[in-house]
Design a protein around this ligand. Structure first.
Ligand SMILES: [Zn+2]
Length: 327
């Protein structure tokens, strides 16, 4: 499948921005599923002129999204084996992790889990295989995981968590258990058609004082700005709405949360991978798999890291982290 050369922007009728309803938007990207190659289709993304949210124009209906999710869906893992990393690559990765853990986003996440106690009901929306649920349970919390991938739910239930389908009335189940006191949406908001409605549902399940951690790719980050259609965080077609920080904060305040912290991450990984995709599109890199795994190359990571650090200082890191508390 040759997706190096995308078609020119079309004159398709446009949807209003799903985040702020503004009807003024510019074409941000035309791209296909570069990460997982589940389809040959081209997807058009627009950037809202008012709130800077990036969204897919005319997304497939929710019930038709399943075919774009590979069985073992994990956007960070591809077929390149770990053996292809040399000693220097692994050293670079360790150094990258050491630098990143000095930043506020890391400490905020640690605090979020450190404050978990047996009195808590922890709701992880988009919980995947349940890594965060296990972390919360290790601190005694009652754990509820919601996910789109039904195949994961049985396994979660077997492990003693409460696994609920995102297509079920999960909010009522959480309320029946007494409501949530800690909630996490880690890279899940960008997968839904209507992020505003999801945050409303989330708020309805949150008890007073409930702490919320929300992380998404940053549509105003350095890689989105520099690489456009090759921006790794676009993850077409699985990412439908990439809401800007300002708009997420406004939604949260609207549904009764008080935003306490907003920060971005200094990671150089998304810069390296976006650079890889751009290089592949321009035939500088011949192997797509190498392009997709450029974040595991020590040199690319070390070049990306200072850029990521500078971007995070300016609030333009590639991953956005927002913490809030229910009034
Ligand atoms: Zn907007």
């Amino acid at each position: 499948m040759n997706t190096r050369n995308d078609p020119k922007p079309s004159q398709l009728p446009r949807n209003a921005c799903p985040a702020c309803a503004c009807e003024q938007a510019k074409v941000f990207a035309l791209t296909s599923d570069i990460a997982h190659e589940t389809s040959d289709e081209t997807f058009e993304y627009l950037r809202c002129s008012r709130c800077s949210t990036i969204f897919m124009n005319h997304p497939p209906a929710p019930e038709k999204m399943g075919r774009f999710y590979p069985e073992q869906y994990d956007q960070h893992v591809f077929s390149l084996d770990t053996e292809s990393q040399g000693r220097l690559d692994r050293l670079a990765e360790k150094f990258h992790a050491k630098i990143c853990c000095r930043y506020p986003f890391f400490k905020l996440r640690q605090n979020f889990f450190n404050r978990m106690s047996p009195d808590d009901l922890f709701l992880d929306y988009g919980c995947g295989a349940g890594e965060a649920l296990n972390q919360a349970r290790a601190r005694g919390a009652q754990t509820v995981g919601v996910d789109f991938v039904d195949a994961l739910l049985d396994e979660l239930n077997k492990q003693g968590h409460r696994g609920l389908s995102a297509t079920s009335d999960w909010a009522s189940d959480v309320l029946a258990l007494g409501g949530a006191s800690k909630i996490r949406l880690n890279h899940s908001l960008e997968h839904v058609h209507d992020p505003r409605s999801l945050l409303k549902q989330i708020a309805a399940t949150a008890n007073p004082g409930c702490r919320l951690q929300l992380s998404v790719p940053n549509p105003q980050g350095l890689s989105a700005t520099l690489f456009g259609r090759s921006w790794w965080g676009l993850e077409a077609p699985r990412h439908l709405v990439l809401v800007s920080a300002k708009q997420i904060c406004s939604f949260l305040e609207e549904v009764g949360f008080k935003v306490t912290d907003v920060c971005t991450e200094p990671t150089g990984k998304d810069i390296a991978r976006s650079f890889g995709l751009a290089g592949w599109r321009h035939s500088l890199l011949r192997d797509k798999n190498v392009a997709r795994n450029l974040h595991r190359n020590g040199l690319a990571l070390m070049l990306g890291l200072p850029l990521g650090m500078a971007a995070a200082m300016a609030g333009r890191g590639d991953r956005l982290h927002i913490y809030a508390e229910r009034a």
